[in-house]
Design a protein around this ligand. Sequence first.
Ligand code: CA
Length: 236
Amino acid sequence: MIFLMSFDTLLNMRLLIVEDEPTIANFIRQGLSEAGYAVDVACNGEEGLDYSLAAEYDVLILDIMLPKLDGIQLLRRLRREGHKTPCLMLTARDTVDSRVEGLDAGADDYLVKPFAFPELLARVRALLRRPPLQTGTILQMADLQMDTARHLVERNGRLIELSPREYAVLEYLMRHPNQVLSRTQIGEHVWNFDFYNESNVVDVYVGYLRRKIDQPGEASLIHTVRGVGYCLRDEG
Ligand code: CA
């Protein structure tokens, strides 16, 4: 069985909007949520920086004029620290200078306000289509293999069919092998800040994954670290 990308795969994509004008922030948040993305909103530059350092986003939508820390400074900080998350800059000033400044700071694209939502959505999709910056698309742990380009998971040559959420949880574990990851870290990456907080959804999905990944006679790869979270490692 082959797991193919579907509309539902969008749900694995997590976006951060940094925008201080509530009307615009809500307008973008609502549209992107309806399009199936997990969306967080930060309302000033410092909060935006905190969010983007605390969680892994697939795209940042960054206003330039922000209180506390402007969009250009925020992005420079992130790029300096090695964060490569694609960034779409929103600018109120349609001047060559502000666009150049944004792109020089590490923005991948820009959009001039006011803009039509379908254009923003198209630009977000274009950023998400870019090939991942990590080299190589195969993630490996013992005999478990994930091909992130083809969205295939196999163990011992056996194809494993995963739902989009299961795939997202496993991909996060496989990108951080031999590290203890808290339920919060896993939850915040796969869902948005509001969704998972009150629930044991991470435990439930890890349970699903174990049932699909481990066959009788195979070593268990996802280990529970009591009181903390989970760790993907090979103890064989
Ligand atoms: Ca602003």
